[in-house]
Design a protein around this ligand. Sequence first.
Ligand code: FAD
Length: 396
Amino acid sequence: MEKYDYLIVGSGLFGATFAHMAHKAGKKCLVIDRRPQLGGNVYCDKVEGINVHKYGAHIFHTSNKKVWDFVNSIVEFNRYTNSPVANYKGKYYNLPFNMNTFNEMWGTTTPEAAQAKIDEQKAEAVEAMKAAGAAEPRNLEEQALTLIGRDIYEKLIKGYTEKQWGRKCTELPAFIIKRLPVRLVYDNNYFNDTYQGIPIGGYNKLVEGLLNGVETMTGVDFLKMNCQRTKDGEWTFDIPAESATQKQQATARKLVYTGQIDEYFGFKLGHLNFRTVRFETEVIDKPNYQGNAVVNYTDREVPYTRVIEHKHFEMFGQQVYDYPKTVVSREYSTEWKPGMEPYYPVNDERNNALANDYRALAEKEENVIFGGRLAEYKYYDMAPVIESAIRSFHAE
Ligand code: FAD
């Protein structure tokens, strides 16, 4: 009988980081994943020599030096700077909203002129809202209009947000948009963080590095491992062998669970909802399709929200042309149904309350660590997930 310290369910960044820390501390771990490959959502397929972000484009960014040093100790990162552009009915605007955007929108060239234009449109929106009898924004549309004014809202926010949520901005709650920062400088760098980049050689290198020396199994579903608690509070489970008749029993002192929290409890309180994204990925027979990794389509008529051209995350200058083909993914934001990839938690009242009920059940589970975006039902960027996995291990 194999004896593990940890059975780790899920090889995403939470599971892989936890396994890395535990392995370094001399603990014996088994990492399983139900997908055919390791890495969770950061996994990349290699297509035409290009790393294709299979589960959505991932850009690593953080201001936490410890996390940045940690990931760079596993694999070196490049200096990719995210600077998406928006396409509204064929015209291009820089993002995030900055002096370039305002120049493209209104032809303004000075910070004062841009600010005056924004203030004028904000004031119009506040007046219109008051005339309609509202003291505070009643929905996302009013919130955005009073924060940024009509032109930017209609061209760069409205259609994109409606596609993302599958609902009209007038039907979405105001709190979804808390702030709409504007920059009165010519700076297209999307993130404010000190560090950002992509692992050189791709995210699979990061995951391989984290899991170096750790026992892993893919295509294995935790829910089918007959995992049971022993009377000592440990876990026994079946390790699937080549032949179904040769299952091998194993034990683990603790479980690290990074799958969906509602699934762990057999959905006994109901299903938590998500939004998901459908990707349409295409190889194009030219070296450079859109000249940028990320182009947002902000009008309602184009059915997709973004087009990602994967090579621009890792290839720069002449390198782009050294590869004759390119790979693009169109992203369609879609309502999630069981069986689809759960991507974004829906933080409305019903789901928040249900998630809290599941968390209360999780707290009573002995010898289980629930971690990561699915088990915590929380939108998490990569750096905070890594930080949280390291913290969880240190709490052991
Ligand atoms: P996951 O990566 O989802 O890993 C969980 C793993 O558990 C999966 O591989 C799953 O197959 C496995 N699993 C689940 N249930 C079982 C079971 N029963 N048995 C076996 N295995 C199981 N973050 C950024 O910092 N920058 C970005 O640009 C960015 N872009 C994103 C784009 C999209 C579309 C999405 C959805 C997220 C993005 N993120 C980004 C967030 C990032 O993906 C997460 O922070 C990170 O992947 C979370 O890691 P995790 O280990 O919690 O979850």
